[in-house]
Design a binder for this molecule. Structure first.
Ligand code: XUL
Length: 524
């Protein structure tokens, strides 16, 4: 009986990764190609090139991604415990916001790919792009356009799900239109990085994925089509011809569950893929990790890293001042909210070092203070915080609510951890079912228990390695099999229960939350 295998690809900033699973979600293989280590000839560092004369301009050559796909598939074809011929569907993901510019010749080049299976992808698609240097999410050279979008579209977050951000694709397109007009005019189609790989795999430029399109500041998240107002501001024009030309360049976006067709003959001849292998729309990496965890309404995902990120799902569209709302990649009737807090682990580490403690020592130190610190609150921001907008600084209030300069080490240590948990809690929906923790600090048992007590819910952890690529493989399996059950019932996440709420602590933290919110509000 032949096996059905599913391939998930993740084109991230530094590498292209592959995960293969079988029809019962068992992991069969992972493989990766590191851009800068394996392709020194492109001159990238950590997968990107920083323009020395404009350090905020950051890009990756599109040819590097083509060369990496070739090498990755070649490596996958060499294994004996599976064959590429067993792969029945491919989906995947990519870093968000970056854009790729085709020049009109791609039509012939992609169509003729099947006849060029003796050539590398890089050679076969040479001359198909109007711009070799693709702006990526790290680029922040677009201040002029961020200001323009913010001032000309006050309701931008209500239309697109986010206020204007430097890295969002609409800003990049606006910049190319204004400053590289020949390139813009020579562009036939614009892809997101997530739609580049499926375009190559199917041999025709793929539509942009609706969920990833929410990272462009161009999509009307409710009508599911490009916003005429955003397109007009991007081009600084009311001219209908120019606006509809940009609409054509972008193409009509499609849901993440779209089956884009079968694989191009190029991959059948070159790597022995089955000609029946289906290609499913790719989405953005954060959304794909969420698909890996089958996040649905009531779940809160907290990623505790350099910055702390809270992700949760809602059934209605609730625009935020400083968060991002995306269309849910596996449930088109839901929305995904992502809030990023700048001050995460660096702040935790700074206070820990200031108290001269190891992480084991932190645990002992916490035992010296009561849960809730007797109502004392410390809010610590190493960098200007974006959510809420508060200047960098350490802010402490004693149990009487008076501002004080310092706390004892044990009170300081408890205060930083408690205020970070309360900070995350205060922006999440009231009604939640469970909390999933990922990121470095999710290994800490004190933080796990504190989160559980602050949220009053069970806390789970999830493995994060390869999670975006895993999400791609799981989506490929779901769309290919099209079962009659929702995605969350079909693709089960690999979660471990690590903490249960302790009722008396939950009661203490629910009172402390009100105090915390008062103190935080006094800083605005
Ligand atoms: C999200 C973002 C990054 C990239 C990284 O808005 O810019 O997480 O997706 O790959």
């Amino acid at each position: 009986m032949p096996r059905s295998l599913f391939l998930g690809l993740d084109l991230s900033t530094q590498q292209l990764k592959a995960v293969i699973i079988d029809d019962s979600q068992t992991l069969i293989h992972t493989e990766s190609v590191n851009f800068s280590r394996e392709f020194t000839r492109f001159g990238t560092m950590d997968g990107v090139i920083r323009d020395l004369s404009f350090p905020s301009r950051i890009f990756t050559p599109v040819s590097l991604w083509l060369a990496s796909l070739d090498l990755l598939l070649h490596r996958l074809s060499l294994h004996s415990h599976f064959s590429l011929n067993e792969i029945v569907a491919i989906s995947g993901t990519a870093q968000q916001h970056g854009t790729v510019y085709w020049n009109g010749k791609e039509k012939t080049n992609l169509e003729r790919l099947a006849e060029m299976s003796g050539m590398s992808l890089e050679e076969a698609l040479k001359g198909s792009f109007s711009k070799e240097e693709c702006p990526i999410w790290l680029d922040s050279s677009t201040t002029e356009f961020v200001d323009k979008f913010d001032s000309e579209i006050p309701n931008l977050n209500g239309i697109t799900g986010s206020r204007a951000y430097h890295r969002f694709s609409g800003m990049q397109i606006a910049k190319i239109f204004k400053y590289e007009r020949e390139i813009y005019d020579a562009t036939s189609r614009i892809s997101l990085i997530s739609s580049l790989i499926p375009s190559i795999l199917t041999g025709t430029v793929s539509p942009i994925d609706l969920s990833d399109a929410c990272g462009m500041n161009l999509l009307d998240i409710q009508s599911l089509d490009w916003s005429p107002l955003c397109l007009s501001v991007a081009l600084d024009t009311q001219e209908e011809g120019l606006i509809s030309d940009l609409r054509c360049k972008l193409g009509r976006p499609v849901p993440s569950s779209t089956n884009l067709g079968v694989i191009s003959g190029y991959f059948v001849s070159r790597f022995s893929f089955s000609p029946l292998c289906s290609i499913i729309s790719f989405t953005g990496d954060n959304l794909s990790s969420l698909a890996d965890l089958s996040l649905s309404e009531g779940d809160v995902l907290l990623s505790l890293g350099t910055s702390d990120t809270a992700i949760f799902c809602t059934s209605s569209f609730i625009p935020l001042k400083r968060g991002h709302v995306f269309i849910h990649p596996t449930n088109p009737h839901q929305f995904v909210t992502l809030i990023c807090y700048k001050n995460g682990s660096l702040t935790r580490e700074r206070i820990r070092e200031r108290c001269r403690l190891s992480w084991d020592g932190v645990s002992d130190e916490l035992k010296k203070t009561p849960i809730g610190n007797d109502g004392a609150i410390g809010i610590y921001f190493d960098m200007d915080e974006i959510e809420p907008r508060v200047r960098a600084g350490d802010y402490r209030w004693n149990e009487e609510g008076e501002r004080v300069e310092s706390f004892s080490p044990s009170r300081d240590m408890r205060a930083v951890l408690e205020s970070q948990c309360l900070h995350l809690r205060s922006n999440c929906p009231r009604e939640i079912n469970r909390v999933i923790l990922t990121g470095g600090a999710s290994n800490n048992t004190d933080i796990r228990q504190m989160m559980s007590d602050v949220f009053g819910k069970e806390v789970f952890t999830a493995p994060v390695a390869d999670s975006a690529a895993q999400g791609g493989a799981k989506r490929a399996r779901y769309v290919y099999n099209s079962p009659d059950v929702p995605y969350s019932a079909y693709c089960t996440p690999n979660l471990t229960l690590v903490a249960r709420p302790i009722p008396e602590n939950v009661a203490t933290y629910s009172q402390l939350l009100t105090i915390y919110q008062k103190r935080e509000a006094s800083l605005l």
